[in-house]
Design a protein around this ligand. Structure first.
Ligand code: NDP
Ligand SMILES: O=C(O)C1=N[C@H](C(=O)O)C[C@H](O)C1
Length: 251
């Protein structure tokens, strides 16, 4: 399978490159990022920088929301499936992803690890039973180079819990500006940034005299690269549409 990596010089791009090089079935046919001197002092102009020898089967994207419009245009033009792993998208970006998936296969997940996707399954179950009487708070911790906050994964966990609860919850981000008691219909979401923390997500269900905490800790970035490669293998021959870890992991 021939792969284009979008965001190839980023931390995830580098980890992904190593994982792909270890798999004899995979080949990187092009890498794209914004580093000016590598691409003739240009910022991404997809028709120029995507020129490479050979044909690609799939694009894997670990980059920045800035890239999204060009990435979608290019993949639609070339009829290429994409695995999008970037986070920090706006509502408009999500709509653009959805719209584009009517033309090409797109796999999107804010977290490509198996563990987080099992955590989501567990917290959905817990929320069904506990939401009436327990408060739900999500805490995420990441390295000091992370641009977006809260993490895409924290949003994804909150959205899945909320889906389970008929979208009855509203999100409160931190409590700095909130000068009143906690409402029952809140999900609190809190972000911590420091050092080289790869990624931690905790979902706390706090009730009367008892607490359940369900936590995932990423010990290396390899888990995300491995998940993205699995997603690429899954999506490469699929019809147009929007796919997620639910299609790959949770049956
Ligand atoms: N879904 C998942 O499982 C995971 C998702 N991620 C997400 O993947 C993305 C990349 O993460 P990571 O590799 O750690 O980040 P890095 O900052 O190391 O790399 C980001 C890449 O995007 C480019 N880039 C950065 N900022 C901009 C900008 N403002 N405009 C244009 N291009 C930019 C960089 O180019 P240059 O090097 O030239 O600056 C680089 O190639 C993030 O959104 C992160 O949250 C990360 C891990 C797992
Ligand atoms: O930026 C990161 O590093 C990560 N980002 C993703 C997110 O925003 O949820 C996934 C993972 O936690 C690592």
């Amino acid at each position: 399978m021939k792969i284009i990596i979008n965001g190839c010089n980023g931390k995830m791009g580098q980890v992904l490159t190593k994982q792909i090089e270890n798999d004899p079935d995979l080949e990187i046919v092009a890498g794209v990022d914004r580093t000016p001197d590598k691409y003739k002092n240009k910022y991404p102009v997809y028709k120029d920088i995507f020129e490479f020898k050979g044909k690609a089967d799939v694009v894997i994207d670990f980059s920045n929301p800035y890239y999204l419009p060009g990435l979608l245009d290019y993949c639609i033009e070339k009829n290429l499936p994409i695995v999008i792993a970037t986070t920090g998208f706006s509502n408009k970006d999500y709509k653009d992803i959805q719209k584009s998936s009517k033309k090409i296969p797109i796999f999107y997940s804010a977290n490509m690890s198996l563990g987080i996707n099992v955590l989501i399954k567990l917290v959905r179950e817990a929320a069904k039973i506990l939401a009436e009487s327990f408060d739900i708070e999500i805490i995420e911790k990441h390295h000091n180079n992370k641009i977006d906050a809260p993490s895409g994964t924290a949003y994804m966990i909150a959205n899945k819990i909320n889906e389970e609860l008929n979208n009855s919850k509203e999100y409160v981000f931190g409590r700095y500006t909130k000068k009143e008691k906690r409402n029952k219909n809140e999900i609190g979401i809190h972000a911590i940034r420091g050092g080289t923390i790869v990624g931690e997500h905790s979902v706390i269900f706090a009730g009367l005299d008892e607490i359940i905490e369900i936590k995932h800790t990423a010990m290396s970035k390899n888990i995300f690269a491995i998940g993205a490669i699995k997603a690429a293998k899954f999506i490469v021959n699929k019809d147009k549409g929007l796919y997620s870890m639910d299609d790959l992991v949770i049956t």
